[in-house]
Design a binder for this molecule. Structure first.
Ligand code: SAM
Length: 247
């Protein structure tokens, strides 16, 4: 899978792309990340990439011409790429969107700065607008890193074990159960005995119930779209009854 990232600050990507899983994935040729410096596509001799907003107001706006030239350049190498604009106005990024984007052959990701990009960039080139949350970042670079990281996890072979992605939080619409590793006791806190029992059926049941309980407590909104069995529903009702009788 190929990612073309269009940015005014390519050096920001050095760390995240050159460590750990993404580094290995790139070395194995499973992902390719190409950084394009938008400033290289500025027309004038001062390499200006932003200008005052028409109509007045605070801040600067990224100019359309350098971005258009940069996108067209990226498209030569990635002609079938989906062009994504990072913006707080976009659709919310989540597990399902990451999985959807991983099915693309290539993504061109535009990192905005200042007050954002001239609207004509969106009109002429953008296929998809994505927000990583209801807050405002200083620029799209960190949003692009989040996209590359979360999407890459769905590229076959990127994760060590295929199972990791299957059991992760959100994979079946629920948050993940608690994880433990050695030692069996730390500062008086033990590991739940079922995990030491070797009884795989009981372990699976405990994990499922933990997932249900955590999701109900922290993200009850997820439950309406989660894949729930009859016994899951019974357990959730039981949790509600207990909470009701406690309160
Ligand atoms: N004036 C813009 C607004 O109110 O929507 C905010 C611009 S922000 C300071 C600069 C750039 O950061 C944006 O163009 C976008 O690329 C990126 N950005 C900021 N918040 C983001 C978010 N929540 N998700 C994705 N990108 C974001």
């Amino acid at each position: 899978m190929k990612f073309d990232i269009l940015t005014l600050f390519p050096a920001m990507f050095d760390g995240p792309l050159t460590e750990s899983i993404l580094k290995r994935a790139a070395e194995k040729g499973l992902i390719e990340v190409k950084l394009h410096n938008i400033r290289d596509f500025a027309f004038d001799r001062h390499s200006v990439t932003d200008d005052y907003p028409y109509g007045g107001g605070a801040g600067m706006v990224m100019k359309v011409e350098p971005l258009a030239a940069c996108i067209e350049h990226a498209k030569v190498g990635s002609p079938r790429a989906r062009v994504i604009l990072t913006t707080p106005r976009g659709r919310s990024f989540n597990h399902a969107v990451a999985e959807e984007l991983a099915r693309e052959e290539a993504l061109i990701i535009i990192c905005g700065r200042y007050e954002g990009v001239d609207e004509r960039v969106r009109e002429l080139f953008v296929d998809d607008e994505i927000s990583i949350g209801d807050f405002v970042l200083t620029g799209g670079e960190m949003a692009a890193m989040v996209l590359v990281d979360a999407v890459s996890r769905f590229v076959p072979g990127v994760l060590g074990s295929d199972e990791s992605a299957v059991n992760d939080s959100f994979a079946d619409g629920l948050l993940e159960y608690p994880q433990y590793t050695r030692p069996a006791e730390f500062r008086g806190l033990g590991v739940p005995s079922v995990l030491l029992s070797g009884n795989h059926q009981e372990i699976a049941k405990w994990r499922r119930r933990q997932s249900l309980g955590r999701t109900a407590a922290s993200r009850p909104d997820l439950l309406k779209d989660a894949h729930l069995s009859a016994s899951d529903r019974e357990y959730l009702e039981e949790l509600q009854r207990v909470a009701g009788s406690d309160g």
